[in-house]
Design a protein around this ligand. Structure first.
Ligand code: NAP
Length: 309
């Protein structure tokens, strides 16, 4: 069975700029050489799970993951996603496609960009797809496992019913959902499956001490409907106050704020695997060092929960 470990790294920002409906959906400019160095450094430091999606940078993030791990493929666990359509030439996302035909095409595209013969965890990226359509995709995922193209699969969704549905067959093993210390969602991890936790650092709010002006093509500036941690490129006052309220307990024992935010997951549930987004070696080193500190103690966790919930 696919071993997801305790910590993975996310590669959305590494994909670089791209857009949907004329709005930026990337994280501003990226540096490919630094991205590849960061991914390799992560593996040196014992992190083996890497989360990407075909749509991040319209294929570019997957290409970088493939480059970084060429030659060491057997040492890493690659999780990617399908469900969005995009034009790699113009770097525009064009919509979604929840059909079986698209799944069959998408898996070939991801395998090619990743430079591999199998995907370890393949995740449905359309969070609200109706269950009758998802049932067809689930069957096709089992067929892709039998063909050796994927090892396991799951659904990136914030709906516990959908997450459970996609883990009912033998190779459905995980969901991916928004969970972090400032935005808990215990219903998502009440099941028997693992949960890759996206936005574990509240998109940087739990990581940065200062918030300079972000580039205009950073998704944190553009206020999409789902964005809760930032408003106009500045931290949301509500979540900023919550962060400050738990800062002391998260940073106890010599942890940085990031390391405390990651330690919260390991104290909260053994099913949770945070996948902080990274783009530099320095970020990778700080985040991977959280593993050395381990989980918050039961008392620290109780303090966080009593302040925030
Ligand atoms: N629908 C989906 O399936 C979905 C949606 C969202 C995310 N995801 C996945 O989940 C991953 C994580 O979520 P996310 O990237 O949105 O948010 P996140 O992990 O909460 O925040 C990532 C950002 O935090 C900052 N950061 C990370 N480590 C840092 C450090 N040590 N020091 C200072 N800043 C640090 C970086 O921003 P700066 O470089 O700007 O400082 C980084 O881009 C994504 O990369 C992606 O793989 C999936």
């Amino acid at each position: 069975m696919t071993d997801l470990g305790k910590l993975g790294f996310g590669t959305w920002a590494m994909g670089g700029p791209y857009s949907f409906d004329g709005e930026p959906v990337g994280w501003g400019p990226s540096d490919d050489a630094e991205s590849v160095r960061a991914l390799r450094r992560a593996l040196d430091l014992g992190v083996t799970l890497f989360d990407t999606a075909d749509t991040y940078g319209c294929g570019h993030s997957e290409t970088l993951v493939g480059q970084a791990f060429a030659g060491v493929r057997d040492q890493v666990v690659i999780a990617t996603k399908w469900g969005f359509t995009f034009d790699a030439e113009t770097r525009r996302m064009t919509g979604t496609d929840g059909s079986v035909g698209h799944l069959r095409r998408a898996v070939e595209g991801s395998l090619r960009r990743l430079g591999t013969d199998r995907i370890d965890l393949y995740q449905l990226h359309i969070g609200d797809l109706p269950l009758d359509q998802a049932a067809l995709l689930r069957d096709e995922c089992e067929a892709l496992v039998a063909q050796g193209k994927i090892r396991s699969y799951g659904w990136s969704t914030d709906d516990p019913e959908r997450a459970r549905f996609f883990t009912e067959k033998p190779h459905g093993i995980a969901a991916q959902a928004d969970v972090n210390v400032l935005f808990d969602n215990p219903e998502m991890y009440a099941g028997e499956y693992a949960v890759l936790c996206r936005r574990p650092l509240a998109m940087g709010l739990l990581a940065r001490e200062t918030f300079d002006v972000l580039p205009a093509d950073d998704v944190r500036v553009t206020n999409p409907a789902w964005l809760r941690f930032f408003v106009d490129g500045r931290p949301s006052p509500e979540y900023f106050r919550a962060r400050e309220a738990v800062r002391d307990v998260l940073t106890s024992g010599g942890r940085t704020l990031v390391q405390g935010a990651l330690a919260w997951f390991w104290a909260r549930s053994p099913r949770l695997v945070p996948i902080p987004g990274v783009r530099t070696v320095a970020q990778v080193e700080e985040n991977a060092a959280a593993l050395r500190f381990g989980p918050l103690t039961p008392d620290e966790l109780a303090q966080v929960e009593s302040v925030l919930r």
